[in-house]
Design a protein. Sequence first.
Length: 266
Amino acid sequence: MASTQLTTAAALPASRRPPADRWFRVHRCRAPRAARRLLCFPHAGGTAHLFHGWPAHLPDDVELLAVRYPGRQDRLAERCIEDMTELADAVTDALTDTRAPYTDLPLALFGHSMGSAVAYEVALRLEARGLRPAQLLVSGRAAPHRALPPGVRDGDDEALLATVRGLGDHQTEVYDIPELRELLLPALRADYRLIETYRPDRPLPLRTPVTAYTGRDDTSCPAPSVGAWAELTEPGRFALRSFPGDHFYLVPREAELVADIVTRIR
């Protein structure tokens, strides 16, 4: 008699999994049921691993989702996305996919650096579908209409890496290893092309409350340009918080940052 073999979504190649399985690394809450969700977007060249320690600082009833951009880690074989519209559309579609919707609970969005811009664009799309996020939390990024392009010439890998190293010493040593450099550079290049070409002159305001975070020594986004996020939400629905540190302040200040986020998503 022929046997029947069941194939789980996790066992399928990344390109064949349901969108939600491909796009999100889900850290289930410790309570019987989740009461709310926090969706986190990494920086340019970054991965979902940036948020692997966050669940330990979250209340038991918060489920954490970390966005998995294509072209890295277990999506390495997939094409990197170099266009903001394509990326934000794909994440929004995965969030609202009827096979595994993640919008049935209050949902807050957190993004760091490039991830802030992507989170903002996803928030816009959710609002357009009648699904207003509970909070947009942006970190290490000027408001879209105040952000300066990186100015890295396409194809100049040394200038690109110098720009990345200038932001802070967060795992930049991996680019000194030839094998890892060759593996990681395509995603970094694609992300910088995306953010280089993302220049909305008149970004749309949100009804969602916005909180902006910054490192006090982060020269890539001066405080006034971060404070300009206040122009993209309703009056009285913006907050600004700074922490000691550079562009990657959120690594050594992880516990403090997550604690502040928790107070805002309750």
